[in-house]
Write a new protein. Structure first.
Ligand SMILES: Cc1cc2nc3c(=O)[nH]c(=O)nc-3n(C[C@H](O)[C@H](O)[C@H](O)COP(=O)(O)O)c2cc1C
Length: 389
């Protein structure tokens, strides 16, 4: 199977698993602790059912919509995923190009390995958002804001659910730590994955003269890998005043990612934020987290039309995306779906992931009697407690 013959996101996941080392694959694929939140995100989506309407002419149906008043090919955004540049040489640029082709925004992660300006220049000219993690050295993090503004990013995505390290015991066991722990087992893992080793790590060394580095973080030169690890500790003192400071610094669209309570969404609205992302970081931040899809209705009720609402975590199929939209989201973020695609085959792999999602959405719109995604309403979904007996 190649990325071109992949029929669904799971096929791309299988291809990614073959190409990446076990340590890197699990870093991308798993959640935290016992993977309960990861599974629960899927279960929560699967428990919701779609309710079709019939005999509506859907022959000219399309997936086009709008985010922040500007057109998108479908109401989907590629979210920030730190290892995009580790799974593929300049994977961030590949994702940006795929997003541009699909007419949707792509979010560049703080820990990208390609300079943000280069992603703007080579990313295909689509809509680009920049994601901000705030390190202990807060001022160093804030420098990325002026850089992203000068580079022309449309939106800044401040992630607020990751102020402490994730509890990912499998990463420790696999040696996927900083510095990477070399054991006979993971050396064997490396040498048995030559396509990734030479095609990605080798290419950075040959083309750029160094191993992948964090090129958007204002870090002191010459840090050892333990120095880099210590620098990249997140800042756990963030509060609402800090959000106000970011609002003052960033003149364009501001998105706060990692909201799971309607009161916090309301506070974001008061701070002048333009959009919230209801997210549990794809099941990574806490293994006991609520599933964002379950939280979405209460946030939408709280916010009304005051702000754009985006949801993520666990979305792998068209029907998942349609469920999010029916429950009031303006768009859905995908993380792993396109990360599997780019891991499996660079830009064509990421493009294939988006093509699959778009074709699936279009098909199910036909089943549901929808000519435009914007026509979907709360009546098109049935929550578990509303199921007819
Ligand atoms: C490997 C990996 C790395 C991620 N890195 C970041 C990151 O740097 N910043 C961030 O805000 N979210 C990050 N996320 C979370 C995604 O942006 C998104 O919220 C999540 O992947 C959505 O769930 P899904 O993967 O099930 O689609 C990461 C997710 C994964 C799987």
């Amino acid at each position: 199977m190649s990325v071109y013959s992949a029929l669904n996101i799971e096929d791309l996941r299988v291809l990614a698993k073959k190409r990446l080392t076990k340590g890197l694959f699990e870093f991308c694929d798993r959640g935290s602790e016992d993977d309960v939140a990861l599974r629960h995100n899927r279960e929560a989506l699967e428990r919701i059912k779609l309710r079709s309407r019939v005999l509506n002419d859907t022959s000219s149906r399309h997936t086009k919509s709008e985010i922040f008043g500007a057109p998108v090919g479908m109401p989907v955004v590629i979210g920030p995923t730190g290892p995009a540049g580790f799974v593929w040489y300049r994977g961030e640029t590949a994702l940006a190009q795929a997003a541009a082709k699909a007419g949707i925004p792509f979010t560049v992660a703080s820990t990208s390995n390609t300079p943000m300006e280069r992603i703007v220049d080579e990313g295909g000219g689509g809509r680009l958002w920049y994601h901000l993690y705030v390190w202990r050295d807060m001022e160093a993090s804030l420098k990325a804001i002026s850089r992203a503004e000068a580079a022309g990013f449309e939106a800044l995505v401040l992630t607020v659910d990751s102020t402490v390290p994730y509890n990912r015991e499998f990463d420790v066991r696999n040696g996927t730590t900083m510095p990477v722990r070399l054991t006979p087992r993971n050396i064997a893992d490396l040498v048995t994955h030559p396509r990734w080793l030479f095609g990605t790590v080798g290419r950075y060394v040959m083309a750029d003269g160094h191993l992948p580095r964090y090129l958007n973080i204002d870090m002191p030169e010459g840090l050892s890998s333990t120095g880099v690890r210590d620098f990249l500790f997140k800042n756990d003192s963030l509060d609402w005043d800090f959000l106000g400071r970011i609002r003052d610094l960033w003149p364009r669209k501001l998105v706060v990612k990692g909201i799971l309570h309607p009161d916090d969404a309301a506070k974001c609205a008061k701070c002048g934020v333009d959009a919230v992302v209801i997210s549990n970081h794809g099941g990574i931040s806490s293994d006991a987290a609520l599933a964002p899809i379950d939280v979405l209705p209460s946030v939408v009720r709280e916010l009304g039309d005051r702000m754009t609402v985006i949801v993520d975590s666990g979305f792998r199929r068209d029907s998942d995306i349609l469920k999010g939209l029916a429950l009031g989201a303006d768009a859905v973020i995908v993380g792993r779906a396109t990360l599997y695609g780019v891991s499996a085959g660079g830009e064509p792999g990421a493009t294939r992931a988006l093509e699959i999602l778009q074709a699936e959405i279009r098909r199910t719109m036909g089943v549901m009697g929808l000519a435009r995604v914007a026509d979907i309403t709360r009546d098109h979904v049935v929550l578990p407690h509303e199921l007819p007996l």
